[in-house]
Structure formats: C-alpha cells, structure tokens
Design a protein around this ligand. Sequence first.
Ligand SMILES: Cc1cc2nc3c(=O)[nH]c(=O)nc-3n(C[C@H](O)[C@H](O)[C@H](O)COP(=O)(O)OP(=O)(O)OC[C@H]3O[C@@H](n4cnc5c(N)ncnc54)[C@H](O)[C@@H]3O)c2cc1C
Length: 406
Amino acid sequence: MQALIIGCGIAGPVTAMALREVGIDAKIFEAYEQGAEDVGSFLNVASNGLAALQVLGAHHKVLSQAIPTPRMVMWSGSGKRLGEVANGLRLDDGTVSHTVLRSDLYRTMRDEATRRGIEVTYGKRLVSYDESARKVTARFADGTEATGDLLIACDGVHSRTRMILDPQAPAARYSGLYSFGGIVKDAGFTGEPGVYNMVFGKRAFFGYAERGAWGGERQLASPAEPRASATMGAVPESGETWWFANLPRRLGDVPEDWKPVLVRAFEDDANFSAELIRRSDVGSGSPIYDLPPVPVWHRGRVLLIGDAAHATSPSSGQGASLAVEDAVVLARCLRDSGSHTEAFERFEAERRPRAERVVAYSRTISNSKAAGPVARVFRDLMLPFFLKKSASQESLAWMYRYQASL
Ligand SMILES: Cc1cc2nc3c(=O)[nH]c(=O)nc-3n(C[C@H](O)[C@H](O)[C@H](O)COP(=O)(O)OP(=O)(O)OC[C@H]3O[C@@H](n4cnc5c(N)ncnc54)[C@H](O)[C@@H]3O)c2cc1C
C-alpha cells in the first residue's frame, strides 16, 4: 500500500514515519521549497506530544533542540503574580514539555523522515485530486501528478484538500488575535529557566521563556524542576529570552511597521515586555486561526489529519501534539483494520472527541486574551481562582495524560 502525504509540516513527516512502522510506504509532497519555515517563532511540544513521538523513537531529536518548560506562571499586566500551573505532565523517564523553534521542529521531523528513507518532494502544491475504484491521484500546481492508494491531507489550517473533500467544509476562523515572536540574546532581566511566563497585559498578551542555565546543554529528561519563584527579576546566567505576543486586532488591519504598535500595546504593563519587543526583529505577525468542527474528515481514499481536520488556536499549546498523536493513531488503525474505510472510521471515532475538546478549550483561552476592557477586569479577578482550581485538581490531566499507542 502506498500513501500520498500532502504537506511537510508536522503531521506530514510524522505520519509518514508512523505508516512506515506498520509497513505502509509513504511519499510526501510539500507546496513550498525546502527551508521556507517561519524562522523566529517557537512552539510548545507538550508532554503528550512527546509521548507520541517517543512511540516512533523520534522524540530525542526534538528534545536536543528545545528548552524544557514544565511550568507556567501567570502574571497580570500590573505585575501581580496570579498563580502557577504545570505545563503538561512528567513522563515515566522524566521528560517534560519542551519549547522549540518552529523551524527546528519542522527541520528535525523532515530530516528524520528522510533519514528513514521517506521521499519528500518540494514545490508540489496540491490543487485537486481524482479517485478511481482502486487509486487516488493528486494533481499539483506545476502540472505534475502522483498516484497512490491513500491520500492523507496534512496541509494545515487552510487545507485545500478539506475544501475539495467537502466544499461545504468550514473555513478557518480568525481568533481576533495577531501573533508575534522574537528572541533576545542576553536580555539580562528576565525570568527563571524552565518557566513559561504568561502575562495578561492591559492591552495584549505576552509570553516568554528563558533559555538560560540550560542554554546549549539541552537534555533528554529534564533535571528536577527548578524551584518556584515569585519574582520576575531573577537573572539567568546568560542565554536567550524567547517571547511571543498576542495582540487583539481586526483581521487585515496591518500597519506598515508593527514594532511601534506592539511597543505601545505593552508599554503601560509593569514588566519588560515592551523592552524585549524594542530589542527584537518583530516581523510581519500571523493572524491566529482555529477551525469550527469539520463535519467530514474522510471520504473514499482521502483523510484529513492534523490542523487540516481540527486546527486549534495556539493558546492550549497543543496543535503540534495533536498532529503527532493523529499520526500514531492512524498508523495503528490502518494496521488493525480490514480496509482503509474501516481504518478511517476508527480513526475519526477515536480522535474527534479529543481534538474538538482541545479546540474548544483553547478557544476559551484565546477569547480571554482578546477581552475588551470590562471583560478584562472580570478576567483578572477570576484568574487566580481558576488557576488555583487547575493546579489543585489536575483539571487538565485529560489533555496531558493521553498516550497515543501503536
Ligand atoms: C503563532 C502560532 C503559535 C503556535 N504555537 C503552538 C504551540 O505552542 N504548541 C503547539 O502544539 N502548536 C502550536 N501552534 C499550532 C501548530 O503550529 C500546528 O498545530 C501544527 O503546525 C499543525 O501541524 P500540521 O502538519 O497539521 O500543519 P502545518 O504545520 O501548518 O503544516 C502544513 C504543511 O502543508 C503545506 N501545504 C499547505 N497547503 C498545501 C498544498 N495545497 N499542497 C502541498 N502542501 C501544502 C504547508 O506548506 C505546510 O508545510 C501554533 C500555531 C501558530 C500559528
């Protein structure tokens, strides 16, 4: 059996590796030329995502590029420490959630797939496909085509395949936020390594993590959790501060230069976010999207997975992890089913409830980041209670304690 994989983001190469584990050949077709990843932005690979990568023996590669970030500390824009929650769970071997540059994650997954003998072809943008009784043929913008037994669409939140599969499928839904990211070397005044600091600012949301004491010496299993600290002023030995910002903004309202806009959004907050932005190359920013429930995930020989099926806003830090889980579950379903139809049905039954729950959870957080002035006051009052509940009752265990198995 041969699968055509459309897209070489995260779901694409990991799915190809998972399929290979169960004896299915896969070829990847990516729209862009190699190395077109969004440099500078980073993402959280949660412990559940790392657990899924572990099943494929591919987690070491990610960990060696990443910062361990087992904790999240929340702050208000006035500098008040609102509380702390665990960022994921500790796996049996001690591995915790990690933060990694998007470009490193993409490159690592792609290189690992290639090392395992999987062919990746670039400059192949799927524009349409046709199915016969026994095969499916993908057609690309350059006039070429490829034929296989299955087509697995890993083409992201704006998936072309989704619209062909079901022209009534919902389009991506704008969250009301633009996202920015940057890296400042030796900032000298930021927080503790191992902590993702999240600041509910007066006008926008700011997050940062420190690659300080661990800098360069990245580890497979993280050392004991760093001690809790209530100060935002702890000085790291040296290293980098990785930051991101979520700015409420009308879609398409794009200034010539984002930097002064972002600085203004943060300069009344009682922390150093505006200063970090001043010292960074801010770039063009990305509007953040998620997907309402997508009614059709598969038809015939074609299946959507990853963001193409269930894109979540970044607020839960789960999109990449869900994509990796999908890959592992799909491989198992194909191995254990009598036909691809049965496999796709089993896959959807297993994955839809979880994916949609994460999307809904993430959306509530994004909404609170885009809150107006009145809602913001209410949010800042309620957050400490909410955080206390999350911390004490492990209320997010449903999200993190999921083991995708092959
Ligand atoms: C600002 C931001 C921050 C985020 N932070 C986090 C985080 O902290 N943690 C987390 O887990 N997730 C995060 N995410 C979400 C995460 O990036 C996605 O969930 C994840 O990348 C999904 O992987 P995917 O492979 O399904 O899609 P993608 O990574 O988007 O990959 C899709 C691939 O398909 C290719 N493609 C598209 N159309 C075609 C076509 N027609 N033909 C061929 N190829 C095509 C694209 O070029 C791309 O390479 C964030 C997202 C954003 C935007």
